[in-house]
Design a protein around this ligand. Structure first.
Ligand code: AMP
Length: 370
């Protein structure tokens, strides 16, 4: 089986590693250079999409910011999973909000802004404080503003106006500020027969808008609520593959913040912590194979490595730690790899994390500060 992945980053790389035992071979389309590359070595295998589409049995995507003409040509081949519409929903907050409303899942009150008049209407409808997000191109907290009081309106509008005018298709989505207790996410898979499996929820810690830690949790009532919301969204999209929903947890009630129509950073813990990892389950789903068990086999936390290309040798020596490098050139803040930390129970996981925190540089891993 040959799968072409749109996008050539770490997610395509980890799909390739997970696919090999099932004889699933991956090639990756680098959207920037338009080259077909090997997902592990980045060696150029070819140029242009048409040949690669013809040679692939199945086509999928590892990120949502893909030019629509590329998505459309892939979809026309009849080999593309999940669907172009699902990828577009993940890349445009306007479509995402419409999807969440259509699936009737709880999400923050919102209003779309194209003009200054819309901004005033949004303030009236949504109320303060509010979070303002660019509809396109924003991720990891980029392209966002916080409006706390009316005195900020002119200054924020002038920045948002520039953002809106930068392209023909940009807009701003105003959202009510959600006073959440914590952020959690659910990663799961839906097969072409409509079967849905989900992993245990992960509790996520962000620093400066970027995911820092993700820990699989075991909370039955919240899990049930999240699974119902996941199933509603996946069914609405007639989704095939791995999908992630990010939630705000407000006193035990979940509100969807965003969706990711792909394997997700908060699901990397499944490589060591679940019976079948998210990368394998995505490939199983898009290749029409039975889905694998999502059962947690041991409590696990994923620690992102940001902007660093080395770790103290002690980390590799720890029985509880599993390092996954992405083979990327070092840049400040860049996702370079992750460490999966395991424990045979939660108290042991806490101990193992504390031990890791003592070894890591606190400037590079501020999540271990204090
Ligand atoms: P996002 O890019 O939508 O994931 O937002 C980045 C981060 O901003 C989230 O992880 C939250 O911590 C925070 N955030 C986003 N939207 C809201 C909201 N409506 N209310 C409160 N905090 C938010």
């Amino acid at each position: 089986m040959h799968v072409l992945v749109l996008g050539a980053g770490q997610l395509a790389r980890m799909m390739s590693l997970a696919g090999a035992p099932l004889n699933i071979e991956i090639s990756a389309y680098d959207v920037g250079s338009e080259n077909i590359v090997h997902p592990l070595t980045q060696a150029v295998l070819g140029k242009g999409l048409s040949n690669a589409i013809a040679q692939a049995d199945v086509i999928t995507a590892e990120f949502e910011h893909i030019p629509h003409d590329v998505l459309d040509v892939c979809e026309q081949s009849g080999k593309f999973y999940p669907t172009a519409d699902a990828i577009k929903a993940g890349g445009d907050r306007r479509i995402e909000k419409a999807l969440l409303d259509a699936a009737k899942v709880n999400n923050a009150k919102h209003y779309i802004i194209n003009t200054r008049h819309d901004f005033e209407q949004a303030i009236e409808f949504v109320g303060l404080p509010m979070v303002l997000k660019s509809a396109l191109g924003g991720y990891d907290g980029k392209g966002q503003w916080r409006l706390k009081e009316l005195s900020q309106v002119d200054a924020i509008w002038s920045e948002m106006e520039q953002c809106i005018q930068a392209t023909d298709t940009q807009a701003i989505v105003a959202e009510e500020f959600v006073p959440f207790d914590r952020e959690v996410s659910l990663v799961g898979a839906r097969s072409s027969d409509g079967d849905v499996v989900v992993y245990p929820l992960a509790e996520n810690v962000h620093i400066n808008g970027v995911l820092s830690l993700s820990t699989a949790i075991n909370e039955t009532a919240l899990q049930q609520q999240a699974k119902e919301m996941f199933t509603a969204v996946a069914n609405e999209l007639d989704y095939v593959g791995v999908l992630a929903l990010e939630f705000f947890d407000v006193k035990g009630a979940l509100s969807v913040n965003e969706i990711a129509p792909r394997v997700h950073n908060s699901g990397h813990w499944t490589q060591q912590g679940a019976e079948t990892c998210q990368f394998e389950n995505h490939l199983r789903a898009v290749c029409g194979m039975p889905l694998g068990s999502t059962e947690m086999i041991r409590p696990t936390t994923m620690v992102n490595i940001l902007g660093e290309d080395t770790l103290p040798v002690e980390v590799l020596a720890m029985d509880s730690c599993h390092i996954h490098w992405y083979g990327k050139d070092k840049r400040p803040g860049r996702k370079m790899g992750h460490i999966n930390v395991c424990g045979h129970d939660y108290p042991k996981l806490t101990d193992n994390l504390a031990e890791l925190g003592r070894v890591l540089d606190k400037n590079a891993f501020p999540v271990f500060n204090g």
